[in-house]
Design a protein around this ligand. Sequence first.
Ligand code: NAD
Ligand code: GLY
Length: 361
Amino acid sequence: MCKQQVTVGLGARSYPILIQPGLLPQIGVDLAGRNIGKRFAVISDDHVAVLYGEILLQSLSEAGLDAELITFPRGESNKNLQTIASLASELARRGFDRSDALLALGGGVTGDMTGFLAAVYMRGIAFVQVPTTLLAQVDSSVGGKTGVDIPEGKNLVGAFYQPQAVYIDPDVLKTLPHDELLGGLAEVIKYGVIQDEEFFDFLSTNREDILALKENAIIPLIARCCEIKAQVVEQDEREGGLRRILNFGHTIGHAIEAASDFTLIHGLSISIGMRAAADLAVLGGHLVQQDAERLRRLLESFGLPVVIPSALDRTAIKKFLQADKKTIGGRVFFVFPEAIGRVVITDKVEETDLDEVLGKN
Ligand code: NAD
Ligand code: GLY
């Protein structure tokens, strides 16, 4: 139980996700057996690098692998093309070439940027994910969405580019700030709503052990999320259809995040976005009120926010909704639960319902 492996099955581009407490110092040994690169550039933000950079470098060096650390300043505001340019220049100055590989050590910002850098540096080199936030462990490190933000919007420049392996050590979550843990839990709850009612109930039953990061709860939790994500990505890698269900809570959530000028972190915005989407689904006749209440209760029981902060301008939220990446041909698409464990995608939303949900928060 304390060690799990999930495979993302994409033919020749398939890769393993290894989940194990205490894995970080053992990554070198496993990597050495995989023939991924001659030399590794470990890319990390300046905070995670201090916490875990040395342990990882030592693990690689003890396994006979050459590795060097390259850092960038932490935070979403640095997930941009300027950082990509400076990291690429640093790789070039240090002589990294196509036979080498990148290793992303950090949260979703590091993983998204390192993956994108790997996709474009020398027209593509291999990369490995070592996610260190819960959000990155259950979501962003799996599935190959990579990219950066531009002033016009979040994640607007990127590539689908799969890693060669994902190494998840839940022990690193012990240093994660509580809000960041909560943000990851919002994405965890998302999986229960979109695909798996039993998992939704597991989250409710094991809430205390999950918040205490007990192995008996956190390992199956991470494994189940990775399994669901892998199954979705295997069927729809480039988001032609099914993969859009992973955006449950993100339509309104992203707009809230942007309207807050990113002061409200991603996962917390998604929590509010899921609650708002469930309320819209009830108004549109897709979901019964009792199931919307079940979701609200679970979110609140974890201490997640469910109410749009009153300081946020509703007009700004609506403007960001229109500008979202999930808008196709000017139509805004929503993922609505039809029950816990089942969702539908629709652009048929009454403006009055939207105003009611945005207004009454
Ligand atoms: P993040 O990478 O900025 O990490 C959050 C903070 O936690 C940072 O300050 C970081 O330094 C710190 N941190 C990371 N690991 C730590 C640890 N173990 N201990 C202490 N501090 C630690 O943010 P995030 O929430 O991990 O990721 C958010 C990003 O992920 C967004 O840019 C979002 O767009 C992206 N995302 C991508 C996907 C995808 O499929 N690619 C999915 C969801 C989100
Ligand atoms: N986090 C959404 C996706 O990977 O598609």
